[in-house]
Design a protein around this ligand. Structure first.
Ligand code: CTP
Length: 319
């Protein structure tokens, strides 16, 4: 079949730092956007050559046992042991087994969501994916409440929950976990060293307090497979962000995909300042050489997919 054109230029994609100040016109406008079913199906098929979201969303119980040694994906020299708790929390079957949804929302964490009024629209989707345990309650008007899957990088425990230094922070995290109420909690436990204790604390908390979440721990091959797919389409990402991972996975089980809160730029379309996150004071860090992400490059690819009708980006207000 024909190639999916994600990066239209014939020259290899480069990280264009200058585009941070350019006005990013999202066309077609919201009311004119039409879903391209043919293209969506073609993308699903192509991604399936690299990964299968149903399988790669989580390692299953049958494939590991306590004591097994795992090499971190990004730090091959560092290892971790599969703990008894981690083993307990591995799902027996894929949380996405035979799942299909009409429309899905993927909610990124950009401050562009503030004052968007998108909460109702987001909650109207059949499946809602959120990132890094971002708070919803206080921002419901703009981001909605419905959560079917939420990711949690181990670093979130440090950044948003003070590494659980005291009972107050532990209680805060526990409340947040309880509020997930049966949804999927997706923890990349095998990606990078340094998160070991944090993952263990969370696992322990879930088991000890019988928190009602369905835990999932992405497969060891997911990262490279996702990267491989995008590289094949000339999107030269270093390390895919959580948001891009979620889009790539969602193509498998979502008919139409709507993205909110994807805007890795300090100014909005009207040149007004935009917070990096809608809920905290973290600053733009992706420009630093050290950052493994190339968010503006990812954004360019997503924008191109929006133009072709494969997904819909919302970067302004909802009607
Ligand atoms: N995002 C975005 N623009 C922003 C902030 C976030 O497009 N200003 C998207 C990215 O795809 C990101 C996702 O929203 O992966 C979730 O945001 P965040 O929790 O900030 O993820 P990061 O911590 O930045 O990155 P990661 O978890 O992927 O390492």
């Amino acid at each position: 079949g024909a190639e999916v054109v994600i990066n239209g230029s014939s020259s290899p994609a480069v990280v264009d730092r200058s585009n941070e100040s350019i006005k990013h016109d999202i066309q077609p406008a919201s009311s004119k956007w039409r879903h391209n079913q043919t293209l969506s199906l073609r993308i699903r098929k192509q991604i399936l050559k690299f990964l299968d979201a149903e399988k790669d969303i989580s390692v299953l119980k049958g494939t590991l046992k306590p004591g097994d040694i795992i090499h971190y994906i990004f730090d091959r020299d560092s290892t971790m042991n599969v703990s008894q708790n981690l083993y307990e929390l591995l799902p027996r079957t894929s949380p996405l087994k035979n799942k299909h949804f009409g429309t899905c929302a993927i909610v990124g964490n950009s401050g562009v969501l503030l004052n968007s009024g998108c909460g109702k629209e987001i909650d109207a989707h059949s499946f809602v994916i959120r990132c890094n345990l971002a708070p919803v309650q206080e921002y419901a008007r703009d981001v909605g409440l419905k959560t079917d899957l939420v990711t949690m990088n181990p670093s979130v425990i440090q950044r948003a929950f003070e590494d659980l230094v005291n009972a107050t922070w532990r209680e805060k995290l526990l409340q947040r976990l309880h509020s997930l109420n049966g949804s999927i909690l997706w923890i990349p436990a095998f990606m990078a060293r340094g998160g070991k204790e944090r993952v263990e604390w969370v696992n322990e908390l879930i088991l000890k307090h019988h928190v009602n979440v369905r835990t999932a721990y992405p497969s060891l091959r997911l990262l490279h497979a996702v990267r491989g797919y995008w590289l094949t389409n000339k999107v030269h990402i270093k390390r895919p962000t959580t948001g891009l991972l979620m889009y790539t996975l969602a193509t498998r089980f979502c008919n139409q995909i709507y993205l909110y809160g994807f805007w890795p730029f300090p100014l909005d379309q009207n040149q007004n300042p935009v917070k990096y996150h809608y809920y905290d004071s973290l600053k733009y860090g992706y420009t630093s050489q050290a950052s493994p992400h190339t968010m503006p490059l990812e954004f360019k690819a997503l924008k191109s997919l929006h133009e072709q009708g494969a997904l819909k980006l919302t970067v302004g207000q909802c009607d």
